[in-house]
Design a protein around this ligand. Structure first.
Ligand code: TYD
Length: 212
């Protein structure tokens, strides 16, 4: 049996990545592939509990290091219980956010070093990386319009952080994609969902060509 493929979606708030992750999962299923569609933080019961602890706007929140540890702990449970078993049985895993969100938000945004985030990932998840990370990029104006339509101006603890925090996050994502062009596909997400989906399918063509 061939090993499965691991595709992660990344991007800032309002980039449309959740819509794109869903469209891709549907598209892969239509080709007869087994697909596990999941998200971070979350994806398993334990990781969903940690998600609530991280994103709930009640209480005083976490210092940047505790926040990074909690994301890494949630990811560890998710990888161990859901992602690795799925890949081992040959399924495709489509994940809405993964490690690069921690590198961008807790690292670029929150001030931990990239080496620290990668060290937490080495301990928590034995360094598992996606085969391809789809970075969906939109202009700040389009992101603001989509967020207003989706959340009506209400955001979670991290989404509500200041504009310069989110600017650092976007810059960090772009820098990771430039540093590792083989693992990233940078996708312009400003157009319609269907246009963006078509671009993502083209970026996946080499992986799909190898699929059974
Ligand atoms: P979610 O509602 O999934 O946001 P979005 O629709 O924008 O993906 O909430 C996830 C939030 O958690 C989002 O603000 C990004 C943040 N996050 C981190 O800060 N670090 C991480 O490692 C992950 C996975 C998410």
């Amino acid at each position: 049996m061939s090993a499965g493929r691991f595709i992660a979606f990344e991007g800032g708030e309002g980039a449309g990545k959740s819509t794109q992750a869903r469209l891709l999962a549907e598209g892969l299923r239509a080709r007869g592939l087994e697909v596990v569609a999941t998200r971070e933080p979350g994806g398993t019961p334990g990781a969903e509990e940690i998600r609530t602890m991280l994103l709930d706007t009640r209480g005083e929140g976490w210092n940047p290091r505790a926040e990074a540890l909690l994301f890494a702990a949630a990811r560890s449970d998710h990888v161990e219980r859901l992602i690795r078993p799925a890949l081992e049985r040959g399924a495709w895993v489509v994940c809405d956010r993964f490690l690069d969100s921690s590198r961008a938000y807790q690292g670029g945004g929150g001030g931990l070093s990239d080496a620290e985030i990668l060290a937490l990932h080495a301990v928590g998840s034995e360094g598992l990386l996606p085969d391809l990370t789809v970075l969906v990029e939109v202009s700040p104006k389009v992101a603001a319009q989509r967020l207003a339509a989706r959340d009506g101006g209400v955001s979670d603890r991290i989404g509500a952080r200041a504009r310069d925090y989110h600017a650092r996050v976007a810059a960090a994502f772009a820098a990771f994609a430039e540093a590792e062009p083989a693992r990233f596909a940078r996708i312009d997400g400003n157009a319609s969902a269907q246009d963006t989906h078509a671009r993502i399918l083209s970026a996946l063509a080499p992986l799909l060509a190898d699929a059974p």
